[in-house]
Design a protein around this ligand. Structure first.
Ligand SMILES: [Zn+2]
Length: 251
């Protein structure tokens, strides 16, 4: 229905894929943050934790929320749009059109902007970024002791704690899993984020929530998507059409 950073509104993704691949293929569509949260819950760094929030850590910042072992979707499926929490009314304009959203403070575009001249070279935030290339660039700056990059990560960590405290006050998760680029710089982000969480969380027991870095990198959503398909097959093995067998010579 809405993908602000891609400029997509009411794009019938599943229908278009079905036209391409044909009617025999089962096609489902879900939010990447939801799928990533499912992957972390099933077999990731937070496996066995029934109350967790996953943060995507890309140009857009999405969240997958699992409470009591179940994915929270909301009435219309938009429960995870936590990148668009208003955290700074006087801040920068966001891809969604509003001002001061959390992702303008902690998204990958903000890291590249803050990390200094040259770090944001290449396609702008409206194009498809190559996050791996961008992250390696910032990592090299950090290794070289680049003060702008070090300060950028400290500031982003502080804002992670600010928004994380909102999530803790709302959902009382035990763990906030940092995915995407957040995981790459977790050793620099987590201390500042954890300090922010401690200072802004209302219930003292909720402060036991801690940030952890995903081990799945940018593959968490794909792993979650594969898990959804496997779960469906196990629940109803007859619900999937068999692939047509072809002679080996034709393969
Ligand atoms: Zn926004």
């Amino acid at each position: 229905m809405l993908a602000p950073n891609l400029g997509w509104h009411d794009v019938p993704v599943a229908a278009r894929l079905a036209r391409t691949f044909g009617p025999k293929l089962w096609i489902g569509v879900d939010n990447d943050a939801n799928l990533a949260a499912l992957a972390e819950h099933a077999g990731g760094v937070a496996a066995g934790t029934d109350d967790l929030v996953y943060l995507t850590g890309e140009v857009g910042v999405g969240g997958g929320v699992i409470l009591g072992g179940r994915l929270l979707r909301g009435a219309d499926g938009f429960s995870g749009e936590i990148g668009h929490l208003l955290v700074d009314p006087g801040g920068d304009r966001c891809g969604c059109g509003r001002v001061g959203c959390w992702e303008t403070k902690v998204g990958l575009a903000e890291l590249l902007r803050r990390a200094g001249p040259g770090a944001a070279d290449g396609p702008d935030r409206d194009s498809m970024p190559d996050p791996h290339h961008r992250i390696r660039q910032v990592a090299r700056r950090i290794a070289a002791g680049d003060q702008a990059a070090v300060t950028a990560l400290a500031e982003i960590g502080r804002w992670l704690g600010h928004g994380g405290a909102v999530l803790v006050n709302l959902f009382n998760p035990r763990v906030i899993v940092l995915g995407g680029y957040f995981a790459e710089f977790a050793d620099r982000l987590i201390p500042a984020a954890q300090a922010g969480l401690a200072g802004l969380t209302v219930a003292s027991t909720a402060r036991r929530c801690h940030f952890v870095a995903s081990h799945f990198g940018f593959t968490a959503a794909a792993r979650g998507g594969a898990g959804v398909v496997l779960d469906r097959m196990i629940e109803d093995p007859t619900g999937f059409p068999l692939a047509e067998s072809r002679p080996l010579a034709a393969v």
